[in-house]
Design a protein around this ligand. Structure first.
Ligand code: 0PR
Length: 358
């Protein structure tokens, strides 16, 4: 029987996954059967996780980071909401009848909706401005004494926008809430920009930053970072029969492949490799946005390597039929995510299909 093969990445234009770096692929294969959920037994992978967290801290401007390699951005966002709710409860005397809320821009990833659902907190989403960025005044107006967490996105899923993190952090502090930055996708590009987004730039408590997106690790490898030890303590449960006696992760058995590949990818690429990839993807994104504009399609000027453009419905459909793996924003714009596998050659072929008379 023929061995099944995955699809290749050549026509994948709207995904946040990409080809893992060769060192990350190799590490994933070697550590396939290890479980960082039991760090005392699987010590080698536990050491790699410490290294991965320390490198994630470097990327995110945090010199003494706490955190772990999650199954993805969803788990990291769930944990951020969970930690904030638990810390608010501890502060307020563990009143389980009180409903806390999370304030976030409407551009927040749907994983935060899942988090609110499973954790029994109220999610208050507020409108974004004309540039698809969080409006700090709207966040301030929605926050109150029951706000456990304010979320900002650094690299939004649909438009690649960066929210005003320092202003959001100020709004959070006014009501005593914690601050979470979702840099799941943007985190490995933002160090090479002038945006204020990280732990060093603002009073940020927790962050999602995913090696399995722009970090070029194998799936599954998300990242959860916390400034304070207390945040991890707020997530920990007792694990009496393991060699280690508590666990702060959401999943139990975890992928050693993800952890090892995250460490390997960052060892190989931080910072120069990521910088080169960012510069080339950013140049491609700007080039593509201009190409859309030249054809009369509105395209927002990219801030990170993601281009959103207004394409007619039938054209979008025929490009999909031509085999392009493309998706749209909720507002109907085509989104092209310039991941490392998306080359100028690929984009030229895409434009050639777009120009071809139907
Ligand atoms: N936060 C942000 C800002 C995200 O963009 C995403 C995922 C997440 C959190 C959740 O991360 P996980 O999917 O790792 O749990 N954004 C992509 C999206 O929803 C995920 C994706 C990736 C979708 C590859 C399709 C795909 O082919 O579009």
């Amino acid at each position: 029987m023929q061995r099944p093969a995955p699809q290749d990445f050549r026509r994948v234009l709207s995904s946040m996954c990409t080809e893992p770096h060769p060192a990350a692929r190799d590490a994933a294969e070697r550590f396939l059967a290890t479980n960082p959920g039991d760090p005392a037994t699987y010590r080698r992978v536990a050491e790699l996780e410490d290294r991965a967290v320390s490198l994630l801290g470097e990327v995110a401007g945090l010199s003494d980071p706490h955190g772990y390699v999650t199954s993805g951005g969803t788990e990291a966002n769930v944990q951020a909401v969970r930690a904030a709710r638990n810390r608010a409860r501890d502060r307020d005397g563990a009143d389980l009848s009180r409903t806390y809320n999370v304030v976030a821009p409407e551009s927040v990833h749907f994983s935060v909706h899942k988090a609110a659902d499973v954790l029994g907190v109220e999610l208050r989403t507020v409108p974004v401005d004309d540039e698809h960025r969080a409006d700090a005044d709207a966040v301030r107006a929605a926050a109150d004494g029951d706000t456990a967490l304010v979320v900002g996105v650094a690299g939004t899923t649909e438009y690649g926008r960066v929210d005003p993190i320092p202003a959001l952090a100020e709004a959070a502090r006014e009501v005593g809430a914690l601050v979470h930055v979702d840099a799941a996708w943007g985190g490995f590009a933002l160090p090479f920009t002038d945006f204020a987004w990280n732990f060093d730039h603002a009073d940020v408590d927790t962050m999602t930053i995913d090696p399995h997106k722009l970090g070029r690790a194998a799936v599954p490898a998300g990242g959860f970072l916390a400034r304070e030890r207390e945040t991890m303590d707020a997530l920990a449960v007792d694990t009496p029969y393991l060699e280690t006696t508590s666990q702060a992760t959401l999943t139990g058995t975890r992928s050693g492949a993800g952890v090892a590949s995250a460490a390997a990818a960052m060892e190989a690429l931080w910072p120069d490799g990521y910088r080169r990839e960012f510069e080339s993807s950013m140049a491609d994104a700007r080039w593509l946005a201009r190409a859309f504009e030249a054809r009369g399609f509105d395209a927002a000027s990219p801030e990170l390597p993601l281009v959103a453009a207004r394409l007619p419905e039938d054209l979008f459909g025929s490009l999909r039929e031509a085999g392009w793996r493309i998706s749209r924003t909720a507002g109907g714009d085509l989104r092209v995510v310039c991941m490392p596998h998306v080359t100028r050659e690929t984009l030229s072929a895409f434009l050639a299909d777009l120009d071809a008379p139907a």
